[in-house]
Write a new protein. Structure first.
Length: 215
């Protein structure tokens, strides 16, 4: 007897990008949960002011800058140059130093935060230390919050916090920016990685065209 050979389940190699509308829903879910927990009496687990929602600016900051989780974890106020409108990255995946432009939306986020001393971390919860942290613990906390409220928001796509970086690149591709611009913005080591976002952008384009030219 011949064995039946079944095709392997195909897994998409395209990046799972977080869409702005999805991030809006995640943040709305987070705000609602925060307000409910803040209204509780202390005996029923009322949380501190600023808990949970401290992550919202970090989510949008990640989408607008394309920065990696570890880079955000290490970001201190001394790395922000408002005068030159630059963010300095002294330790990235490649091991090299780099800079990121501060765009209008990024500047709005930074200005909305309570600026600390130069060595203070930019993103932190009320209970986190200001100048010392475990990058792994911070990463797990921020990623965990993202996943928890993505589920609460009813978003079935299994996107993660890293999807904000993918979303940054996809938005550039959808705006018609070249793979070289995407590579420069995301600091990809290979142009092939940047090309993947052009493919994702085409998928979104197909959905838009279907609304007009579909059956």
């Amino acid at each position: 007897t011949r064995l039946e050979v079944r095709p392997k389940e195909e897994r998409s190699k395209l990046p799972r990008d977080v869409r702005p509308d999805e991030l809006e829903k995640i943040c709305a879910s987070m705000r609602a949960d925060y307000e409910e927990k803040r209204s509780r009496p202390v005996s029923r687990g009322r949380i501190r002011e600023g808990e949970i929602i401290w992550a919202i600016p970090a989510f949008w900051f990640a989408l607008y800058t394309g920065m990696r989780l570890g880079e955000i974890a290490r970001l201190r106020w001394r790395h922000i140059d408002f005068k030159r409108k630059l963010i300095y990255i002294y330790e990235q995946k490649s091991g090299e130093e780099s800079t990121i432009p501060i765009t209008g939306k990024v500047e709005e986020i930074l200005l909305s935060l309570l600026k600390g001393c130069p060595d203070d971390f930019v993103f932190k919860s009320p209970q986190m230390k200001t100048t010392v942290r475990s990058e792994d613990d911070f990463g797990k906390t921020l990623s965990g919050l993202f996943t928890r409220y993505r589920r609460k928001a009813g978003i079935e796509r299994r996107v993660t916090f890293h999807g904000t970086r993918h979303g940054h690149c996809t938005l550039l591709a959808e705006a018609g920016k070249s793979p070289y611009v995407i590579q420069d913005s995301a600091r990809h080591s290979s142009i092939k990685v940047s090309m993947g976002y052009v493919s994702v952008a085409k998928q979104h384009l197909r959905k838009e065209l279907e609304d007009v030219f579909g059956a």
